[in-house]
Design a protein around this ligand. Structure first.
Ligand SMILES: Nc1ncnc2c1ncn2[C@@H]1O[C@H](COP(=O)(O)OP(=O)(O)OP(=O)(O)O)[C@@H](O)[C@H]1O
Length: 225
């Protein structure tokens, strides 16, 4: 895997869903190149395909045409196992609904992606939870945490394997404005410090101005602002 190649390149990406005998072309030729350390915000109307694109970029949704290269290596022209491994080692994900496992504590949730890869991660998980301001919440279950705190745990979890690329799908969508703004401040601080590449889907136009580039998904293609 070439570390000098751009961390993320999408070439002529199409994604069509087939529903009830009809084709629904959502992505219709997306081209995108993201440089190391860049912060990209993806906007567009509801239903324009933002989440679909994020999932395609993150190896979670196979495009019907085109490909995504991560550090020059194809995500989709290889076995699913290789894709899963690339996802686990080079990418971290933050979702609107957090998706923490309810029966695990904050510390255990953060450790989980590393344990899946056979690594011990408790010390790093403690460090990350400290970084997101939750060193006093290690043993709390998700139900014992506020929405903003749960999202901070999810951010720490996304960072546990030290991925170069971080994807966030409406990370503030479930939070009030001030909590959401605090979560984004923290996310951007971590990303800037660690020089990670960030791709965020958001409806929030104010938030979208905080990236290096704002891209709009329109009629299945990306338009740069
Ligand atoms: N698995 C699926 N099967 C069929 N259609 C789907 C599927 N996933 C998404 N779609 C459709 O694809 C279109 C784009 O969905 P997507 O969730 O990517 O949009 P979005 O821009 O993220 O929307 P929102 O801002 O409302 O979250 C929508 O019309 C949706 O109904």
């Amino acid at each position: 895997m070439s570390q000098t190649a751009a961390p993320l390149t999408a070439t002529d990406v199409h994604r069509t869903y087939h529903l009830g005998g009809h084709d629904l072309p959502v992505l219709r030729g997306v081209d995108l190149q993201v440089q190391a350390g860049e912060k990209i915000f993806l906007c567009g109307q509801s239903g324009s395909g933002k989440t679909t694109l994020l999932y395609v970029l993150g190896g979670l949704e196979k495009p019907t045409q085109g490909d995504v290269l991560v550090h020059g290596k194809s995500l989709y022209h290889g076995p699913a196992k290789a894709r899963a491994q690339m996802r686990n080692t080079t990418m971290g994900f933050v979702f609107q609904h957090y998706f923490l496992l309810p029966e695990l504590t904050a510390l255990e949730n953060v450790c989980l992606p590393a344990m899946i890869g056979g690594k011990k991660a408790e010390a790093r998980a403690r460090e990350l939870l400290d970084k997101v301001g939750l060193s006093k919440r290690l043993d709390h279950l998700p139900t014992e945490l506020s929405g903003g705190e749960q999202q901070r745990v999810a951010i720490a979890r996304a960072l546990i394997n030290d991925p170069g690329i971080l994807y966030a799908d409406e990370p503030t969508g479930n939070l009030d404005a001030s909590t959401g703004s605090g979560v984004i401040d923290m996310l951007l601080q971590i990303v800037n410090e660690a020089k990670k590449t960030l791709v965020v889907v958001t409806h929030d136009q104010v938030l979208a101005k905080r990236g290096d580039r704002r891209l709009i998904l329109k009629e299945g293609k990306l338009v740069e602002e």
